[in-house]
Design a binder for this molecule. Sequence first.
Ligand code: FE
Length: 193
Amino acid sequence: MPTSRRSLLIAFLTLPLIAARTRAFAQAGPELPLTPECRDGDEFTLEREAGPFFKPNSPRNRELQADAIGGDRMTVAGFVLDKRCRPLAGSLVEIWHADENGHYDSVGFRLRGHQFTDAQGRWWFNTIVPARYPGRTRHFHFKVQRPGGRVLTTQLYFPGEPGNAGDGLFHETLLLDMKQTGDGRFGRFDFVV
Ligand code: FE
């Protein structure tokens, strides 16, 4: 039976947070557990330009797939972490991206939304796969801000895209960890801010 995006999202949301994997550098910090994928020496997530299509005041909404009925379905999800791999609850995560034809909505707020991470520092959007548009490889735009922190503006990329190599903004540390499901794709990325 093929995996669904929903089952992968539920699996992500029920991941045990493994406090036993505490590392020396995290021991002095607050008593929040580490995430299972936490790696030593995680660097801050790279910045990438917002580009010309950012628009402030997006709705608080993580269900964007109805904005593009013809698009290939995709769930994108992850944690917001600090450099010690501690989850950051209440962080702003904002997404905006092109539709299935490579167009941004500059009039309304199609395929634009924001949310705040939950108590375990998790975020997710149900949306579509953005099409490429001239001059760019396939990408999502994000802004991420921990409570009281500065805003990280960046972009996330798709593995295996022929356009990645020729796009000057592409960087392999910004690749989504992608799984194909029976009903689309599930992409995972943890922001470090
Ligand atoms: Fe763009």
